[in-house]
Every structure is written in structure tokens, then in C-alpha cells.
Design a protein around this ligand. Structure first.
Ligand SMILES: *Cc1c(COP(=O)(O)O)cnc(C)c1O
Length: 411
């Protein structure tokens, strides 16, 4: 594979024009869009408009005039097609952590004779912390987090499990779960499922409705490009919406917030997952960012993502200088999301040296180098150049320079 072949792949890429919708210098090799998506140009425009015109001039009347009050629903409905969800089931609010707390609590109360939350040992730690927190709050006689290894998940779904909570694409390895199969196994045992779609939404097609998923959460700032700290979302299947009892019963989830009644009465539908006032600045920016997905065929998006990943893996495998990098992701592209992970004892130092040479990647403790391929803006040429730089950094041992060992607060 040569540089000109990579350029040829970009020439044939039906999604190539999408990169121009992002603020990305042509030299930037950004392989970290799975952690913080790049900035769509419309976001800067919308942020200015919301700050200067809506808030700055129209002030409080903007809640009606610019429909701020409807943003959580509006953004939810824009995300829904990416999830394979019919209208009325997705709402934008809070963070994944907070949303997961609401959903876990809700699921436990929907299965009052069961107390087990089943999850995976190497799930994203925040998801486990939320399960631990809820268990502590309710007491282990009402709620207990049971953690098993990935290979034990299926056999551990018994009729004692209230809810199975898993991340679709593992944040480290990129390994995919079979949503349809696991959801079916859970339902056969009378359990509910909650899927964390943080590393899936906007990277591959999803079919929440078709797979009969009960609940899901996902992230606004990864592949959806909503910006740092952008709000997350909740999917709740219509069939459960009458039975939902979520504990953060704030006024925005009330059936009539502006009646200011003393007694909480949940809104019908997915709106009842709202708690407090939405962050209008960041939700507006996410709303704008989602415009980028208009007209994007998710099957083509997935094909591009796999093409980038396959190219990266082939180039790495072809270089004997890179034999010290051990693939942690599944070998087969159909078994992984839109990222590749490799372990190396000096993964952190290598990540820092790569960033210093203009290849932006990330590191996950203790020894994982992660390369994310956001298919809307990563080019095959970026992949080609990234591997060239990686070869240099590893074979010349550039990563051993002292500055690359310096760990800051965020790694
Ligand atoms: C990024 C990520 C989160 C983020 O949670 P927040 O509470 O929104 O910060 C949660 N779960 C997974 C699997 C993630 O990758």
C-alpha cells in the first residue's frame, strides 16, 4: 500500500466532502474523534447566534421565540434516526452518568422482585460507579451490581437479573456486543436491557426498535461532535413509557412545569426523563452539529469506518518495526466499532510523541494506545501518514525523550 493508493481511496470516498464541513486544518491528523469530535463549522455560527442574538438581544423571550424550551425534544428527534428509533423515544439531557442513574433506578423499580444489575468488569468505569452508587443508596437487599467477564455475560443472564447494562462498543478494545442477541437473552429471562451507545452513535448503524431494546444512553461529544461537555441522550422504548419512575423528578420533567404545582406529576412520554433546566448554549451547539449527519447513509458511513480501520491494521501488520504493538481489538473488522487499540508497555509515551508530531490519538490506562476513525472527516491519507509517523516514533525510540513521560491531569 502506497501513499498514492491511499489518495486513490480518498478519491473514491463518497463521504470525502464531509470533511469540509469541519474546522480541521488540512494537515491535522485527528484520530481522537471517538473521545471529542471535531468541530463542525455550523457550530461556531450557531454559538455566536445563540450568544449574541438570542440571549444577547431577545433575552428571556428566547425560551418561546427561539424554542429553547423544545430543544431537548428537538435534539432527541434528530438523534433518533441514528439509533434506529421511531419518534417519541429519544430525549437530550444531562450526561451519560446522570442518565444512567435515572435509567438503572427506573429499571430496578420495574422489576421489584429482583435486585441484580448485571454488567461487565471492563465496562466503562463511570457506568460501574453509577451502579455502585445506586446500590449503596438503595441497599444491597434492593440492588446489587454483579460484574462478570465479557465471556461470562450471556450465561450470567438469569431470572434473578433485573437489568443488564452493557456498552455496545467497548471503550478500550472497540469490541462489539451483539445488541439483538443479548437483548433477546435478557428478555427471555424477564430482565431489562440498557445499552450504552457512547462509542456507537454516529459511527455505525443502530437498530434500537428492531432489536427490542428497552433503554439506551449515549454521548453528544464523541462522534456526534457536539463539543466538550455537550449533553447526552436517553432512549426509552414507547412500550415502557407508562411505567417509568425516574428518581430525579425535576420540574422540567413535570407534566406542567409552569403550573408550579407542589406535587410532582411526570410528563407523559420520554420528556419525564428531564430534570433541571437544559444547558441551552451547549444543546444548541449539539443541535447544529447534528446537521452534519443530514443525508448521510449510515451503511456507507460504516463502510468508510471499516475501510479506514482495515487500512490502518494492514499498514501496522506490514511493518516489522511495529511488532512490539499488540492488537487488543478483534482481528475481524465486523467485530469492532470505529477504533483500533494496541497495547505497549510505553503506550503513554508513544501517544505523547505522536501528538507532538501532529498525529492526535489517545491513551487509556494502563497500556493502551487508541486510534479512532471518525468516518465523517478522517481520510485514508491520514491513516497512511499516521502509520508512517508511528513507525518513526517507535523505531527511532523518539518516545523515550523525557518530555513524553510527563502526565497531566487528563491523559
Ligand atoms: C465517554 C463515555 C461516557 C461518558 O459519560 P459522561 O457521564 O457523559 O461523561 C460514558 N460511558 C462510556 C462507555 C463512554 O465511553
Amino acid at each position: 500500500m502506497s501513499e498514492s493508493q491511499a489518495i486513490e481511496l480518498d478519491r473514491e470516498d463518497i463521504l470525502a466532502h464531509k470533511r469540509h464541513e469541519f474546522k480541521l486544518d488540512s494537515e491535522v491528523i485527528y484520530l481522537d474523534g471517538n473521545s471529542l469530535g471535531a468541530m463542525p463549522l455550523v457550530c461556531a455560527q450557531r454559538a455566536r447566534e445563540v450568544i449574541e442574538s438570542q440571549w444577547g438581544i431577545d433575552l428571556i423571550s428566547s425560551w418561546n421565540k427561539h424554542h429553547w424550551i423544545d430543544l431537548p425534544t428537538q435534539v432527541g428527534e434528530k438523534i433518533a434516526p441514528l439509533l434506529g428509533a421511531a419518534p417519541g423515544q429519544v430525549i437530550c439531557c444531562d450526561s451519560i452518568s446522570v442518565n444512567l442513574f435515572k435509567l438503572l433506578s427506573c429499571a430496578i423499580s420495574m422489576r421489584p422482585d429482583r435486585r441484580i444489575i448485571l454488567s461487565q468488569k471492563d465496562n466503562f468505569p463511570a457506568d460501574l460507579y453509577i451502579g455502585q452508587g445506586l446500590s449503596e443508596l438503595l441497599g444491597t437487599d434492593k440492588c446489587e451490581l454483579q460484574l462478570v467477564s465479557e465471556s461470562e455475560v450471556q450465561n450470567s443472564i438469569t431470572d434473578e437479573v433485573a437489568v443488564v447494562v452493557l456498552t455496545h462498543v467497548n471503550y478500550k478494545s472497540g469490541k462489539l456486543h451483539d445488541i439483538q442477541n443479548i437483548s433477546r437473552l435478557a428478555h427471555e429471562q424477564g430482565a431489562l436491557v440498557i445499552w450504552d451507545l457512547a462509542h456507537s452513535t454516529g459511527a455505525l448503524p443502530l437498530e434500537m426498535d428492531k432489536c427490542n431494546v428497552d433503554f439506551a444512553v449515549g454521548c453528544g461529544y464523541k462522534y456526534l461532535n457536539g463539543g466538550p461537555g455537550s449533553p447526552a441522550f436517553i432512549y426509552a422504548a414507547t412500550r415502557h413509557q407508562h411505567a417509568i419512575k425516574q428518581p430525579l423528578s425535576g420540574w422540567m420533567g413535570h407534566s406542567q412545569p409552569f403550573a408550579f404545582a407542589n406535587q410532582y406529576e411526570p410528563a407523559s412520554g420520554v420528556q419525564q426523563f428531564l430534570s433541571g433546566t437544559p444547558g441551552i448554549l451547549s444543546m444548541s451547539v449539539l443541535d447544529a452539529a447534528l446537521e452534519v449527519y443530514k443525508g448521510v447513509d449510515l451503511i456507507q458511513l460504516r463502510e468508510k469506518s471499516l475501510s479506514l480501520g482495515e487500512l490502518f491494521l494492514k499498514l501496522v501488520n506490514d511493518k516489522k518495526e511495529l511488532s512490539s504493538l499488540k492488537l487488543v481489538s478483534p482481528e475481524a473488522c465486523t467485530e469492532r466499532g470505529s477504533q483500533l487499540a494496541f497495547s505497549h508497555p510505553q503506550a503513554f509515551e508513544i501517544s505523547q510523541a505522536l501528538i507532538d508530531q501532529g498525529v492526535i490519538v489517545d491513551f487509556r490506562s494502563p497500556d493502551i494506545l487508541r486510534f479512532g476513525f471518525a468516518p465523517l472527516y478522517v481520510r485514508h491519507l491520514d491513516v497512511f501518514k499516521a502509520v508512517e509517523v508511528l513507525v518513526e516514533v517507535v523505531s527511532d525510540q523518539i518516545y523515550l525523550q523525557e518530555i513524553y513521560g510527563n502526565r497531566q491531569k487528563v491523559t
